[in-house]
Design a protein around this ligand. Structure first.
Ligand code: SAH
Length: 347
């Protein structure tokens, strides 16, 4: 299958164009069509010759993601997109609008192989990783559809970004480049369940992105029960990698903590969590777990969530409760895709 042309950096495009016997400056024009004007087809490129378009079309496709379904929240306008990829797979992305900015949550893989017990994205494993071009196109398609400039990106949809390392780094560089949408790296957050070697590698990339760590438990025993990756890397190793990320980048980390009723939301859990992360330049984002029908975790009620928050605050931990967006169209991460797959396979 041909590669998505959006995956080429400007330099890569230039090399290819010179190979076709064309002038290198043409790469700038084409790159601008793809990454600024957000063209969906080579035909849109009015200042590019037919011959060059024909050469490109032999090697690459320019198809954008197909919009399969859009759900819009009646409460706050949040939109959940189900996109079709050229190979027939589907992925989800979400657009959230705040007062003066908006944010897109993108998927980094089709499915996920990490196996977190509360997560819908991982139930059928990982089909494949997304290319940089496909991730860019999640943002481009949403910006085109909504007509609003995307200001923030969170890589918190389906998939484990650190399991798709090279493509994620390429994506971040391209979307923040001044030749493209030029979204500030400081407005990009990449979330990981804690793949330690990649966290060390990321710290050396000279990026200014925020790293979010999915912590979800205050000790190894509880974390292992929720997240299989905890069998591979201990909290000690993961926390050391977080400290290193801050030391190398100066970027404050985010710890995500999904509260599961009766599981990780007690006063004792809060105290143990505070002890684990004290002294790290980070803030904790509490998320009452989004129940999925395939498992019976229950979300902590607001009383328990507030108690947990207060306990952390008393121990001088920065903490916020994740504002819920689009609760009427919700369904946890990965559920829209699952619903679609179940419907199309007739189960
Ligand atoms: N694989 C990465 C990024 C994708 S998941 C990671 O693990 O960080 C993004 C965030 O949503 C993670 O913190 C994940 O643990 C959380 N999450 C997944 N399913 C959830 C659910 N049902 N309720 C609440 N948070 C969930």
């Amino acid at each position: 299958m041909k590669e998505n042309i959006r995956t080429l950096t400007k330099e890569e495009l230039k090399e290819k164009i010179v190979e076709y016997g064309e002038k290198p400056f043409r790469a700038g024009q084409i790159y601008d069509w793809l990454h600024v004007k957000l063209a969906r087809s080579l035909d849109d490129m009015s200042n590019v010759s037919k011959a060059l378009k024909a050469s490109l079309a032999e090697d690459y496709h320019c198809d954008g993601l197909k919009i399969v379904e859009v759900q819009t929240s009646a409460i706050d306008g949040t939109k959940k997109f189900l996109f079709g990829l050229p190979d027939g797979n589907v992925i989800e992305s979400v657009w959230m609008k705040y007062k003066s900015w908006d944010s897109v949550c993108i998927s980094s893989q089709v499915g996920c192989k990490m196996g977190c017990k509360f997560c819908a994205s991982t139930l059928d494993g990982c089909v494949r990783s997304l290319t940089a071009g496909e991730m860019l196109d999640e943002v481009y398609t949403i910006q085109k559809y909504t007509g609003e400039r995307v200001s923030n990106i969170v890589v918190m949809g389906s998939g484990e970004p650190m399991d798709n390392y090279d493509n994620i780094v390429k994506f971040v560089r391209m979307i923040s480049n001044e030749d493209g949408l030029h979204i500030s790296q400081r407005n990009i957050t990449v979330s990981t369940c804690g793949l330690v070697p990649q966290m060390y590698k990321l710290a050396e990339e000279k990026l200014e992105i925020t790293l979010a760590l999915s912590l979800h438990a205050p000790n190894d025993e509880k974390r292992k029960a929720l997240m299989p990756i905890a069998n591979k890397y201990s909290l000690k190793e993961v926390i050391a990698a977080c400290k290193n990320y801050f030391e190398k980048t100066g970027r404050r980390l985010t710890f995500e903590y999904a509260l599961v009723a009766g599981n990780n939301d007690s006063d004792k859990d809060a105290a143990e969590l505070a002890e684990l992360i004290k002294g790290i330049n980070a803030h904790v984002n509490l998320i009452p777990v989004n129940p999925i029908k395939e498992c019976n975790f229950k979300r902590s009620d607001m009383g328990a969530v507030n108690r947990f928050k207060n306990k952390l605050e008393k121990m001088r931990i920065n903490v916020t409760i994740r504002r819920e967006m689009g609760s009427d169209i919700d369904g946890a991460c990965g559920q829209l895709r699952r619903k679609h797959m179940e419907e199309s396979s007739g189960c």
